[in-house]
Design a binder for this molecule. Sequence first.
Ligand SMILES: [Zn+2]
Length: 305
Amino acid sequence: MSDDIPFDRKLDLVPGRADEVAPGVRRVLANNPSPFTFKGTVSYIVGRDPVAIIDPGPDDENHIAALLDAVRGATVTHLFVTHTHRDHSPAAARIKAATGAVTVAEGPHRAARALNIGEAKRLDASADMEFRPDLTLKDGEAVDGAGWSFVGVATPGHTMNHMAFALRGTDFLFCGDHVMGWSTPVVAPPDGAMSDYMASLHKLTQRRERIYLPGQGDIVRDGPRMVEHYIRHRQGREASILRRLEKGAADIPTLVRAIYIGLDPRLTGAAGLSVLAHLEDLVARGRVTTDGIPAISGTYRLASG
Ligand SMILES: [Zn+2]
């Protein structure tokens, strides 16, 4: 989908087996591979005892058992959640029940804007609407544990409550689905918004952490460089949309066909939503017009003048 970015699609992890990525940082792969999750969600365990878990993952019996097994004998004090997609947060409920840990996140799931007709269903399909963090973090706020301290880095765009967590005193940023080693994340209304997503990418270029530990895929050794690629990739996609619209008005399926060459057919719907995300941003900036509010079924044209 994005051949202009130097992705790493190797990830050699066995689901359910804890793998140490750095002293005091382990990861456990969930067995939920898909075109959207690559080989599966990656949960992280930070510390020895007590420990914190970042992104407990999907509500999957085996994954929950593997995480509880990996932390056996240690006290789990905190469950950090980067965002409330179903592959990241639902396991928090059962791990909290088993350990008494406090859940920490930016906030519950919310849409990026008011819903259009038919969108509520789509939001429900991907989002964990049940999750309510015990502790909500604002951008820049810290949570201290025994031997570790995390700072929340609000990174809305993929979802509006997306938050990355910087491990203080290290080069590590637990970046959820904001940046991934294997692909660009879906930015799809009504969950996400492209203008916020781009602002959150630019925000990371101002930070000092270099090593990104994503919610899917392998560790990104040079995070800021990957972010530069992401920014250029999205700018390129926007330019492609505008180029197509220079030839005349178009609907979203037409734009998808013009822009995504060789797309996995299973990702056509996601590609349409991604184009809608760009169009929302372009309409807000006055570059593109449509009838009424930007919708998946709308027709789009360049703004005159
Ligand atoms: Zn996600």
